[in-house]
Ligand binder design. Structure first.
Ligand SMILES: [Mn+2]
Length: 332
């Protein structure tokens, strides 16, 4: 099997408060120790972080050294635009130009740091751009301002000849009641409008699931336009964004996702966006790695056993279900 390149978002392997327990059930782990923990886990070769929360000028040298010690690379660096008070009513689409400008400066700073570490991906998550109350926000204006901010960021990126690719990560709700561009196709619509080779999609599987989406359809649509630049893997039961290890809620769905990625020739990273509120992060990471590998082996067996022909005709639902079951048994 082709080796799966996996990266872990290091916001997940530390203490994780929730809104009902703002002190969390775990213990705070310093960033460098989180990176070391990831580095010790076989099969995880990359990390994902935020600037300035987890990486900034003050600790960049130290992080560079630790990454060298563990042979890790930074796969994704995201400019944090939702944790400070000024962003409570939005960031890149905020109605206040000063706040919007601050968000652009923040993303640009992440891109500047990304250049130092040759980071391939930088995520844009419109976390607080949206609405809670009906008619609270003018969406025509939100889209105008969001696209304008993205164009300014891309101008900065190209003016510096950066190679990092900027990705929208759509999510339908939480923290806002509605987040703008909440579905995959909405994000893709804006990506296609901006039409820049350094601007694409990071599909977070869990976000797509809570939007009620059929993930294999969404991935196929993004790949149709060549805009799938990154992925975030996790699982949930389509009620809330639980960020459980991929394949733990619905393993067959994970197989279907991996099948479509293989079919599309996806050669990017398999990011892990996990929130182990109550469990050991290491268990979440290892379970995720093992489930991704198992699903990958199932996909290989499906390919060897005629899944493509069965699927091509679109008339063999029960036969495909049996084949998937047989391949899971054989792979495990
Ligand atoms: Mn994510």
């Amino acid at each position: 099997m082709k080796k799966l390149k996996m990266s872990m978002g290091i916001w997940g392997n530390t203490n994780l408060p929730d809104r009902f327990n703002v002190t969390g059930f775990g213990r705070f782990v310093p960033v460098v120790d989180r990176i070391k923990e990831v580095g010790q886990i076989e099969g995880i070769d990359g990390i994902e972080l935020h600037l300035p929360t987890e990486l900034d000028e003050s600790n960049a040298d130290e992080i560079e050294k630790v990454m060298g010690d563990y042979n890790l690379q930074i796969v994704q660096l995201c400019g944090h635009t939702w944790t400070e008070k000024q962003y409570k009513h939005g960031a890149l689409a905020n109605s206040d130009k000063k706040v919007r400008d601050a968000a652009v400066v923040r993303v640009n700073a992440a891109l500047d740091m990304a250049a130092r570490f040759n980071v391939p991906i930088s995520v844009l998550w419109p976390a607080t751009d949206g609405n809670d109350f009906p008619l609270q926000s003018d969406y025509l204006a939100l889209y105008d301002r969001y696209v304008q901010s993205v164009r300014e960021i891309l101008d900065h990126l190209h003016a510096n000849n950066y190679r990092t690719r900027l990705c929208i990560e759509p999510k339908p709700f939480e923290p806002r009641g509605h987040i703008m561009m909440g579905t995959t196709a909405q994000a893709l619509c804006i990506v296609n409008e901006v039409n820049d080779p350094n601007f694409g999609i990071n599909l977070d599987i869990g976000h797509s699931l809570i939007a009620g989406e059929n993930v294999e359809d969404q991935l196929s649509l993004i790949c149709r336009y060549g805009r799938l630049y990154h992925t975030h893997f996790n699982d949930n039961d389509q009620q809330c964004d639980l960020d459980l290890p991929p394949g733990t809620v619905n393993f067959i769905r994970l197989v279907s996702i991996m099948y479509v990625l293989d079919q599309a020739g996806y050669d990017g990273w398999f990011g892990l966006d996990l929130f182990p509120y109550r469990d050991e992060p290491r268990k979440f990471i290892e379970l995720s790695r093992d489930n991704l590998r198992l699903a990958g082996r199932v996909v290989e067996l499906l390919n060897e056993n005629g899944a493509n022909d069965l699927r091509g005709c679109g008339t063999s639902g029960p036969e495909m279900a049996v084949l998937i079951r047989q391949c899971i048994k054989e792979a495990d």
